[in-house]
Design a protein around this ligand. Sequence first.
Ligand SMILES: Cc1cc2nc3c(=O)[nH]c(=O)nc-3n(C[C@H](O)[C@H](O)[C@H](O)COP(=O)(O)O)c2cc1C
Length: 195
Amino acid sequence: MVSDSPLHISILYGSYRSKRVGIRAALFAQSLLQKRCKCTLVDAKAYELPMLDKMYKEYKAGEAPKSMQQLHDILSDSDGYVVVSGEYNHSLPPGLKNLLDHFQSEYIFKPVGIMTYSVGAYGGVRAAVHVRAVLGELGMASISSMYAVPKIASTLDENGGASESKQEERFERFADELLWYAKALKAAREEGTPF
Ligand SMILES: Cc1cc2nc3c(=O)[nH]c(=O)nc-3n(C[C@H](O)[C@H](O)[C@H](O)COP(=O)(O)O)c2cc1C
């Protein structure tokens, strides 16, 4: 019996820079996904998540800091994720890696779409290769499609609005694949997981 609760996708973003621009990509994804499913934007900076000391699972029940408990609840309830990554020296930002590293069982057997961006022409695609390896280790199933945003400062405005409609069309195709997997894997998880 497959539950009929709406699919829940969380968008994970982890830049802590005061002049960060990647929040535009996260807002863009949120604006489109929330028309199709329950969608939560997880902005690590807004939760003031500190550098990793103990993972969530290392705290006794009820003893994790409040923000970590809130993040655990959101990530556990999610049926899939969009990971929004900038490119820092061809890899992922430390704040995003830190967010990912705090959790583990929350992610397993769930799909993830990788969205990257940069202020330059390459759209963060070199970071995407590293991001996929990390997500695989965490037990997420990374979908084939990736969504890259080159020249983010002119492609997306401060509210995540796109300068051209083709950005939205391309994202909808990316979301089609993610939501297909989210639905399929939700049903499969409800049948049971191998561990
Ligand atoms: C430490 C650091 C390293 C960077 N390395 C790269 C890089 O390897 N390739 C690239 O295209 N942009 C690079 N950039 C530029 C970022 O793409 C740009 O600053 C972007 O806005 C960062 O995302 P954020 O604003 O969400 O933090 C780097 C920026 C920083 C701060």
